[in-house]
Design a protein around this ligand. Structure first.
Ligand code: GRF
Length: 200
C-alpha cells in the first residue's frame, strides 16, 4: 500500500532488540511521532521477543523459513506489512536479506554500525565490524542510517554520526560508543524520513 501512513511502523528484528526498545519507548513517550504497528521476528527465541512482550507490542514470529528464498520470504513479509497498513519498515538488528517490492522502495530503513560504505556488506555485522575497523587502524567510526535496497548495507544514506576511535579501544568498547550514537541517530533519521515522506 504505497498510500499507507509512514508513521505506522513495522520493526524487523533478529537479535537482542535494543533498537526495538528504544524506538518503542520513544513512540510511547510521544518523543517520536509514530506507532509500532507490528514487530516481525526472523525466528523464535530471540531476545527482541521478550522486550516486545514487555512493551506489549504486536508480534509476528516467522517460522519454517529454512530453505525459503529471500524473494519468497520478502513477498510474505511485505504482503503482511501491506495488510497491516504499515507505511515504513525499520530494520532493527535484522539479519536476513530482503528483496523489496518496487512499492517499498524508499520505505525501508536500516542502521549499520560503521560509516558506510566502509565496513558494510555480507559478513559485516556485530563485533566483526568493529574488529575490522580496529584492525585497519581507523581513527573515526560511527553509524549510518540508510534506505534499504537489494544489496546488503547499500542503499542511499539518510544520516551518519561519527565518533572518534580511542587508542585503547577494543571491539567491545568501540561497539558500546557506536551504539550510544545509534540510539540518537535512528530516531533522528526517522524524523527526517517522515518530514520528506508525504502522509496520505
Ligand atoms: C546494531 O549494531 C545495529 O547497528 C545493527 O544491529 C545492532 C542492534 O541490534 N543493525 P539490536 O537492536 O540490539 O537487536
Amino acid at each position: 500500500m504505497a498510500g499507507a501512513d509512514p508513521r505506522r511502523l513495522a520493526l524487523l528484528v533478529s537479535g537482542t532488540g535494543r533498537h526495538l526498545e528504544n524506538l518503542a519507548r520513544l513512540t510511547q513517550a510521544g518523543e517520536l511521532d509514530a506507532s509500532v504497528a507490528l514487530v516481525v521476528a526472523s525466528r523464535p527465541g530471540i531476545g527482541a521477543l521478550e522486550r516486545a512482550a514487555r512493551l506489549e507490542l504486536p508480534v509476528w514470529v516467522l517460522e519454517g523459513t529454512r530453505g525459503v528464498s529471500p524473494a519468497e520470504l520478502s513477498t510474505r513479509i511485505f504482503e503482511r506489512l501491506d495488510a497491516e497498513g504499515c507505511g515504513t519498515a525499520v530494520l532493527a538488528g535484522w539479519l536476513k536479506r530482503l528483496v523489496l517490492p518496487p512499492a517499498w522502495d524508499g520505505r525501508v530503513l536500516n542502521i549499520h554500525p560503521s560509516l558506510l560504505p566502509a565496513f558494510g556488506g555480507q559478513g559485516f555485522f556485530g563485533h566483526h565490524v568493529h574488529e575490522a575497523v580496529l584492525a585497519r587502524g581507523c581513527k573515526v567510526s560511527g553509524c549510518t542510517v540508510h534506505y534499504v535496497d537489494d544489496e546488503y548495507d547499500h542503499g542511499p544514506i539518510l544520516a551518519q554520526e561519527a565518533i572518534r576511535v580511542q587508542a585503547d579501544d577494543d571491539a567491545e568498547r568501540l561497539a558500546a560508543r557506536v551504539f550510544e550514537a545509534e540510539l540518537e541517530a535512528y530516531p533522528a533519521a526517522l524524523r527526517a524520513h517522515f518530514a520528506r515522506t508525504p502522509q496520505p
